[in-house]
Design a protein around this ligand. Structure first.
Ligand SMILES: NC(=O)c1ccc[n+]([C@@H]2O[C@H](COP(=O)([O-])OP(=O)(O)OC[C@H]3O[C@@H](n4cnc5c(N)ncnc54)[C@H](OP(=O)(O)O)[C@@H]3O)[C@@H](O)[C@H]2O)c1
Length: 325
């Protein structure tokens, strides 16, 4: 290598280093800084949104509802816990009080007990809910029941029962709370739907139908109440490790009473509750909390329905009878 070419190369190397340290490095560091600041601001906004907020959780006595109660309580929300069993709700309150972080401002939750399937009591339950703090900031419609059965062997009353708890119950409660949110020009309504609110799988007809109806109602609600400053979030989780399948109803109305293997291998309910809190904190509208397979199934159902129908028919033939959620 001649001296000239060596000098040219080292001059080029020098210019590259100048460019690198003069422009690229500050740009990268600046972008990281902006990103971190953005994340910090997001977290700050989320925390401020939940702290002191009046949050109603239905189905708080077990599973996902119970974990939502834990995370919203820890985040400083003023909780109103709903369920059918007052004793279990009181036990949860005791647990929350004992486990509270003394450095964080927390509130002792209130309870309101009622059966969501009886829409005639929902209006008076909503009145009781509104009396607790005078208003509701966030309503989380979480309570629900699953179903196992073939359409051929399922009584229509079972469809009505599942629709009653998963659809008419949340609709009645939301409509009873909504006028006070509209009056205050603020509020947030969330609902725990399911992946089965987006795709229907065999032997889950009543459940999938109730969750599809839920998705549709809350999508309409979102559009109608945005003008009043009210946010609507629909959550569609995949399998969560709860007692959902144990509590599921069958075609003849009896309890299914078995833990499905997919549910047993599902996501930790606490992890899902934390994701719900984060998403509510940034007012996300439609949140899919599922792995790649359900996501792929949703895309196939939308983009290539014939393939989806074939896959479901083959699944139905293979299963013959209801097994997993
Ligand atoms: N687990 C999953 O794999 C999964 C997946 C997707 C979506 N989800 C949805 O997540 C939500 C929570 O279910 P989970 O998995 O936590 O099941 P879970 O442990 O069985 O909890 C269901 C909750 O709903 C309440 N509930 C049932 N029927 C009711 C009624 N008639 N009136 C009032 N409350 C009633 C139950 O309260 P009681 O104590 O009074 O029975 C219980 O607290 C449901 O909407 C479910 O569809 C679950």
């Amino acid at each position: 290598m001649t001296l000239l070419s060596y000098r040219r190369r080292s001059a080029f190397g020098g210019r590259a280093m100048d460019l690198m340290f003069g422009n690229v490095v500050p740009l990268v560091l600046g972008s990281i800084g902006v990103l971190l600041l953005y994340q910090w601001l997001q977290r700050f906004r989320q925390r401020a949104y939940i702290q002191d907020a009046v949050v109603v959780i239905t189905g708080a006595s077990s599973g996902l509802g119970k974990e939502c109660a834990r995370v919203f309580h820890a985040a400083g929300a003023r909780l109103i816990l709903c369920g059918r069993d007052r004793t279990r709700l009181q036990e949860l309150i005791q647990e929350l009080k004992e486990g509270a972080d003394i450095k964080q401002k927390t509130y002792t939750p209130c309870t309101v007990t009622f059966d969501l399937s009886d829409t005639s009591v929902v209006a008076s339950a909503a009145e009781e809910i509104l009396k607790c703090y005078g208003h509701v900031d966030i309503l989380i419609n979480n309570a629900g029941v699953s179903y196992r059965g073939t359409i051929l062997s399922t009584n229509v009353d079972v469809h009505k029962e599942v629709m009653g708890i998963n659809y008419f119950g949340p609709v009645a409660l939301t409509q009873a709370i909504l006028p006070s949110m509209v009056q205050r020009r603020s509020g947030h309504v969330a609902v725990i739907s399911s992946v089965q609110g987006k795709i229907a799988i065999p032997f889950r007809s009543a459940y999938a139908a109730s969750k599809h109806a839920t998705q549709a109602y809350f999508d309409c609600l979102r559009a109608e109440v945005q003008q009043y400053g009210i946010a609507v979030s629909v959550f569609s989780p995949g399998y969560i490790r709860t007692n959902l399948s144990l509590n599921a109803v069958t075609g003849d109305g009896s309890r299914y009473g078995a833990m499905d293997k997919n549910t047993a291998k599902g996501r930790d309910p606490l992890e899902v509750a934390e994701a719900v809190l984060r998403a509510i904190g940034c007012k996300k509208k439609d949140v899919l909390l599922a792995g790649p397979l359900p996501m792929l199934a949703i895309y196939i159902r939308t983009l290539c329905p014939q393939l989806f129908f074939k896959l479901m028919a083959s699944r139905a033939r293979k299963e013959q009878r209801p097994k997993d959620d």
